[in-house]
Each structure stands twice: as C-alpha cells, then as structure tokens.
Write a protein that binds this ligand. Structure first.
Ligand code: S3P
Length: 164
C-alpha cells in the first residue's frame, strides 16, 4: 500500500482515495467494497443478518489482505476503532492519513444515508458522541491529519501528494 485513508463516515475517504490513486496511477481499494464483495451482500445486510461483530471480523481479514497489495486504501469509519486494526495501522510503514471534518459537515454529508447502518441506528446525538469517542483512536495511528472543511478534493489530494 502507498497510502491509507482513515476518518469518520463522510470525511471523504472514498472520494479522496479514488482521486489520489488516479494521480499516483495505482489501484484504489475501498475496504467497504471489498467486504461487500467478499460477503456477497451489502453492508446494511451484513449488519442486519449477522450483526456488527461479524462485520468487524470480515473487516479485519480484508484489511490485512488489502494492506499487502499495491495502491491507495480507503478504510471504513470504524476500522481504526478495533484494537487489532489499530495495531495493524500503527505498525504499517505505509503513511496513514486522517481526513477530518467538523461535525456539521459530517452530518450534512451522511444524514439520510440508507447505506450506512450506524447512521440509521444511532441518530444525530449518537453519531456526534461516536465521532468524539473515536477521535483519539484516529489520532493514535495517523501520520498526517488533514482538515477537509472548505477544501476542494484537488487541494486535499495535492496536500497528501506533497507529504508522500
Ligand atoms: C462504519 C463506517 C462505514 C462502514 C460501516 C461501519 C463505521 O464506512 O464500514 O457502515 O463504523 O463508522 P464509511 O466510513 O465509508 O461510511
């Protein structure tokens, strides 16, 4: 892996990951898409049918497999919150880039997203406290932190390229 993007739901991991991979002429790997392909069902269905614990096990396996490949990896918002994943992200020599955004920006981007099970189950207050709770875990493995509010995707990608 050349770069790993982490951050809360709606922080732009997938959008920026795709653009960055394009610029680097490398494959883009989206962890959620890999999980969906491995399970043969959508994230919401995995949560509904098998529960979050099962999803996290799949997520860990796919993370370990993906990290060994070449490219740019966009993780899921909860990936660094699992101790075994946090360890992997802290130990890897690949730069881990945290995309941050204010709570208002995040809520604007993700509210009413049927594809994100936690958005439906937690509601606004739950999401706000989850974001707060995860902050230290994100910071514990990030090599670079980028504030994305008001920045164009191109500017964010160019900041990352400058760092790499
Ligand atoms: C999750 C975030 C999602 C997805 C799953 C759980 C989380 O990824 O992995 O719904 O725990 O924050 P995105 O950050 O791409 O929405």
């Amino acid at each position: 892996m050349e770069a790993i993007l982490i951050g809360f739901m709606g922080s732009g991991k997938t959008t920026i990951g795709k653009l960055l991979a394009q610029q680097l002429q490398l494959p883009h790997i989206d962890l959620d898409a890999q999980i969906t392909a491995t399970a043969g069902s959508a994230i919401t269905d995995i949560f509904e049918k098998h529960g979050e614990h099962y999803f996290r096990q799949l997520e860990h396996k796919v993370l370990v497999d993906s990290i060994a490949r070449a490219g740019v990896l966009s993780t899921g918002g909860g990936t660094p919150t699992q101790a075994m994943n946090l360890h992997v992200l802290q130990e890897t020599s690949t730069p881990v880039i945290l995309l941050e955004a204010t709570t208002n920006t995040i809520l604007d981007r993700i509210s009413n997203d049927a594809g994100r099970p936690l958005v439906n189950s937690l509601g606004t207050n739950g999401l706000v406290s989850l974001k707060e709770k995860r902050r230290s875990q994100y910071h514990a493995c990030a090599d670079l932190i980028i504030q994305t509010d008001g920045a164009s995707p191109q500017k964010i990608v160019s900041d990352i390229l400058h760092y790499l």
